[in-house]
Ligand binder design. Structure first.
Ligand SMILES: Cc1ncc(COP(=O)(O)OP(=O)(O)O)c(N)n1
Ligand SMILES: Cc1ncsc1CCOP(=O)(O)O
Ligand SMILES: [Mg+2]
Length: 210
């Protein structure tokens, strides 16, 4: 298991692309502290091969790899953890499959009650959002920074997601976001490494781009 960083850029991949390993390498070089493999396709063979390759890459950089949605894939490739939304199964089942050391993150959308319940059930981080209009998920429920403040004492890292850019990130960092989870503004940027660095700069004590 790769140790779980507690703050910084949480880069999330943006689906099938031929240069996946290359752009993830750039994001890690720019200072991403957590990586999520997010691919909503049903091409199981490609997903497994890509997730395995990313796990090797992340391990070599000391960055934990989280698999979105798919506990079985996370288990098969020995990922560091899984991210679960409301459609993705129970946390207890994921914990039983992946073990006590696995990083299990839970989507809480705009709900402080869901966040409280997730922590009580053993979530390792909670995620709120979307905070801004998201090019990736335009119909995602909208959240406010108040949720980050209200969850300050919950005892697990708080992740902000949804339409986050270097320009709008400061309001989330000052409200207490431990991680900025970003898809488009990192992986659709012309220079992925430079884009990741811009987000890493919001966490200066944790800045040592690889
Ligand atoms: C860090 C993080 N936060 C939220 C999500 C969204 O999860 P979910 O609601 O299950 O939606 P999909 O990503 O599966 O479309 C996430 N993936 N990561
Ligand atoms: C998966 C997800 N859940 C809420 S918004 C979102 C997508 C985030 O992507 P982007 O950074 O491109 O807005
Ligand atoms: Mg999901």
């Amino acid at each position: 298991m790769t140790p779980f960083a507690t703050r910084g850029l949480y880069a999330i991949t943006d689906g099938p692309r031929d240069d996946l390993l290359d752009v993830v390498t750039q994001a890690l070089a720019g200072g991403a502290r957590l990586l999520q493999y997010r691919d909503k396709t049903t091409d199981h063979a490609r997903r497994r091969a890509e997730a395995s390759a990313l796990q090797r890459l992340c391990r070599s950089c000391g960055t934990a790899l989280i698999v979105n949605d798919d506990v079985a894939l996370a288990q098969a490739i020995h990922a560091d953890g899984v991210h679960l939304g409301r459609e993705d199964g129970e946390l207890a089942a994921a914990r039983a499959a992946l073990g006590s050391q696995a990083i299990i993150g839970v989507s809480c959308y705009d709900s402080i009650d869901r966040a409280r319940a997730a922590v009580a059930a053993g979530a390792d981080y909670i995620a709120f959002g979307a905070f801004f209009p998201s090019p990736t998920k335009p119909h995602a429920p909208r959240a406010t920074p108040e949720l980050l403040r209200q969850s300050a004492t919950f005892g697990v890292p708080r992740v902000a997601i949804g339409g986050i850019t270097p320009d709008n990130a400061p309001s989330l960092v000052s409200a207490g976001a431990d991680f900025l989870a970003v898809i488009s503004a990192v992986f659709r940027a012309p220079d992925v490494r430079a884009a990741a660095q811009r987000f890493a700069h919001f966490y200066p004590s944790d800045r040592d781009p690889r």
